[in-house]
Unconditional design. Structure first.
Length: 115
């Protein structure tokens, strides 16, 4: 069974940076879109950013200019560089891969932005 493993979450002060990573536990073949979502307490899960298999990136307006998404197709890994973090970025962050087996989600990594 394919699993996605996220890492890089933690506690950071406002204005700080974190780098999230997501990798598949096994070889999964071609991956179409790779995405990050997040869910804050008491709120619905929201889309953060996507990158297609050709490298086209899309960002939610709330993170545009602060977050940068990149993927390594050879290793099927996904990285989200988050800069100038704000308190409202606090959430559980999930990655999702569009694979030949269907959509696969990670378990989430917590990001907390607080002074």
């Amino acid at each position: 069974q394919v699993q996605l493993v996220e890492s890089g979450g933690g506690l950071v002060q406002p204005g700080g940076s974190l780098r999230l990573s997501c990798a598949a536990s096994t070889t999964i073949g071609r991956v179409a879109a790779m995405d990050w979502y997040r869910q804050a307490p008491g709120r619905q899960r929201e889309w953060v950013a996507s990158v297609t298999d050709r490298g086209t990136t899309l960002y939610a307006n709330s993170v545009k200019g602060r977050f940068t998404l990149s993927r390594d197709n050879a290793n099927n890994t996904l990285t989200l560089q988050m800069n100038n973090l704000k308190a409202e970025d606090t959430a559980l962050y999930y990655c999702k891969f569009g694979t030949v087996y269907g959509d696969v989600w990670g378990q989430g990594t917590q990001v907390t932005v607080s002074s």
